[in-house]
Design a protein around this ligand. Structure first.
Ligand code: FES
Ligand code: FE2
Length: 466
């Protein structure tokens, strides 16, 4: 911990700037930005969800996991893959969710379908990993289906008079697409993805995401329930303890949290960079803030000298735009300072996390690890833009990390690698500790953990539908 940081556990009450709520501080900050934020950012929807706790058994009880599988995962839109992972007709991604499994298949240049990954003879998985096929042929006895899902061959056909082609099509889940992502929904009565996404496409450009490619794709099994894992990324409250190295240039305790009452599958936080944390016990100079940002976020670069009166935040935002413009051969000068430098995170319920703007290029997806409530599959995509005039690079294949740390990974960079190690290092301890805890409920902060409260409330709503 740098010498100008204090242990805030001994100084309660310093997290919020006196007289102003965090979202007011954030809005005041961006209203003073040189490049003004768009209306979607320059708004706040403070929603008080109260002080209720969360029953800890939801995180490890197999019965609760079963309810989630039957009533939540089978009814929600889930990102199953990127379109670029299946560019050619016959390309298949296997998407597993608890005991469910789907073959996300490009059946024609413009059509993608999701077939249930189980042979209709005696149940064998048709594919065990991502592949490219002309047809689906079961490895056990050879029942075969066309790419369109039509039963096309049954060895010793004479022995199966009960099998009618019309009834033996491969069952399908619904498929829809947005931003280069392929979504599936197991519920035949599900509302369209566009309705489900609510305000998200108005806030985050689908075209922007569609233009990106998978530069890196990392998969790790985390030792905690999927909800504990995603919740670790829904609040910046943990920054003071978990990411103390970033407090010199991030305004963690003044992050804004938004819950959108008319768009219940979407939540957001906006976390300002280029200003110091209120947890820092003295006022840093603008030069010190910039130096912290360069040292930590820009991986040890030496910071330039600010001119007298110049501020770190607009300087860093302008530099981020210039660098991206030079790198991509495109003009980013119209980006707001907030979109240039802040961490603006959206979630699409239940398990997708996206960022708006230039600074955070990652996308997260969390899923239960089979039917184990004590572990989770964390997929981390690094999506990058394609430089102007250059061919779209081949997407990276998924890399199974095993026990590797994020800091050891190529291509993620020191800041993001170390940050993900910091985030994920807490999870196994939390999963174990929740079972040791005598009290029934986990305690949540009223504001900074309000997205977690909303998230758990949404799970309850799906489960309550019976
Ligand atoms: S289980 Fe698939 S052909 Fe027999
Ligand atoms: Fe974090």
């Amino acid at each position: 911990m740098a010498d100008w940081l204090v242990d805030t556990r001994t100084r309660p009450g310093t997290a919020i700037m006196p007289g102003e709520a965090p979202h007011e501080v954030y809005q005041r900050l961006i209203s003073n930005d040189e490049n003004k934020a768009p209306e979607t950012i320059a708004t706040t929807l403070p929603e008080d969800l109260g002080l209720g706790g969360i029953d800890k058994r939801r995180y490890y009880d197999p019965a609760f996991h079963r309810l989630e599988v039957e009533r939540l995962w089978t009814r929600t839109w889930q990102m199953a893959c990127r379109e670029e992972e299946i560019p050619e007709v016959g390309d298949v991604v296997v998407y597993d969710l608890a005991e469910h499994s789907f073959l996300i298949t490009r059946v024609s240049p413009d059509e993608i379908r999701a077939y249930r990954n189980a042979c209709l003879h005696r149940g064998t998985r048709l594919c065990d990993s991502d592949t490219s096929v002309r047809q689906f042929r079961c490895p056990f006895h050879g029942f075969t289906w066309s790419l369109e899902g039509q039963l096309s061959e049954v060895p010793c056909r004479w022995d199966f008079p009960q099998v009618e082609e019309a009834r033996f099509r491969l069952p399908e889940a619904k498929v829809d697409r947005w931003g280069g992502f392929v979504f599936i929904n197991m519920d035949p009565d599900a509302s369209p993805l566009a309705d489900y996404m609510g305000i998200l496409p108005d806030h985050v450009s689908g075209e922007h995401f569609a233009g990106k490619y998978i530069a890196r794709y990392f998969r790790k099994v985390l030792p905690a329930n999927w909800k504990a894992c995603i919740e670790a990324f829904l609040e910046a409250y943990h920054s003071v303890e978990t990411h103390a190295w970033s407090l010199g240039f991030t305004n963690d305790a003044n992050a804004q949290y938004d819950i959108f009452p008319d768009s219940p599958h979407v939540t957001r936080f906006m976390h300002a960079f280029g200003v110091q944390s209120p947890h820092v016990d003295r006022t840093l100079t603008e030069q010190q803030v910039l130096e912290e940002l360069f040292k930590i976020f820009w991986n040890g670069e030496a910071a330039p000298e600010l001119a007298p009166g110049e501020k770190a935040r607009p300087f860093a935002a302008a530099l981020a735009r210039q660098r991206r413009s030079a790198e991509m051969g495109r003009d980013y000068s119209h980006y707001s300072d907030a979109e240039s430098i802040d961490s603006i995170e959206y979630t699409l319920f239940p398990n997708l996390v996206l960022f708006k703007g230039l600074m955070v290029p990652t996308v997260y997806r969390f899923r239960p690890n089979g039917n184990d409530p004590d572990s989770c599959i964390f997929d981390l995509y690094l999506l990058l833009e394609v430089p102007e005039g250059e061919p779209r690079p081949e997407p990276a294949m998924v890399f199974e990390m095993g026990e590797m740390s994020y800091a050891e990974l190529p291509g993620l960079g020191h800041f993001f690698g170390t940050t993900y190690d910091q985030d994920t290092s807490n999870l196994g301890m939390q999963q174990k500790g929740m079972k040791t805890l005598l009290q029934e409920d986990l305690v949540l902060g009223r504001y900074q953990e309000s997205r977690l409260r909303h998230f758990e409330k949404m799970i309850d709503q799906y489960i309550a539908r019976g």
